[in-house]
Design a protein around this ligand. Structure first.
Ligand code: PRP
Ligand code: URA
Length: 209
């Protein structure tokens, strides 16, 4: 069973409050999502492996550490996942970025795949699948399956807000994938929206309806 980590750092929780607020306009919403993604990236990469190196400082030799092991790959689920990608890239500018395009059919709530483009060496990377909202879990499950169909084996899922239903769906479908969220909310409404949530993440990020 995949683990669930709630990133409860005070800065993340403070900023999430303003992300949820319906009075927060597009520009501020976008900036806050970017900032929270960067803070969450700090948590999600806590277990990256390091190796020892020596460097010469101006006065002596220092025993230091640099990252080793698998390189990172980011996989935002289009479109709302794009809003969290730059924030992570600020911390890990060398990560490569793949895209999985999915939208949720408003009637059936089933994910519809319309685009996939992945780095050529995606199988060798440790991947972070990114989407602000984990509602029914259909989109995240489909994106993870796309990656597994492309022979990827190491991935984590990073979301701003999850529903209990979405967490359960991912844990059942992909027990090997750990989930990082800033909050787990109460439930889904009849239209599949997270309650209290933040509304439609894509529309709020891009100013659409
Ligand atoms: C939203 C959100 C997730 C999905 C979550 O995307 O960004 O991808 O819904 O719902 P689920 O867990 O029930 O699948 P949406 O389909 O609205 O597309 P968009 O990002 O293009 O707005
Ligand atoms: N997608 C969103 O953008 N928000 C929700 O609450 C559920 C799915």
């Amino acid at each position: 069973m995949g683990k669930v980590f709630v990133c409860d750092h005070p800065l993340i929780q403070h900023k999430l409050t303003f992300i949820r607020d319906k009075e927060t306009r597009t520009k501020d919403f976008r900036q806050l999502v970017d900032e929270v993604a960067m803070l969450m990236a700090y948590e999600i990469t806590r277990d990256l492996s390091l190796k020892e190196v020596e460097v010469q400082t101006p006065v002596a030799t220092a025993n230091c550490k640099v990252m080793s092991g698998r390189m990172l790959g980011l996989v935002p689920i289009l479109r709302a996942g794009l809003g969290m990608t730059d924030g992570i890239l600020k911390l890990h500018p060398t990560a490569k970025v793949g895209h999985v395009g999915l939208y949720r059919d408003p009637e059936s709530l089933q994910p519809v795949e319309y685009y996939t483009k992945l780095p050529t060496d995606v199988q060798e990377r440790e991947l972070i699948v990114i989407d602000p909202m984990l509602a029914t879990g259909g989109s995240a499950n489909a994106a993870i399956q796309v990656l597994k169909n492309n022979d990827c084996s190491q991935m984590k899922l990073m979301c701003l807000i999850a529903s209990p239903e979405g967490v359960k769906a991912v844990q059942e479908a992909h027990p090997d994938v750990d989930i990082y969220v800033a909050a787990i909310d109460s439930h889904l409404n009849e239209k599949g929206y997270i309650i209290p949530g933040l509304g439609d993440a894509g529309d709020r990020l891009f100013g659409t309806k």
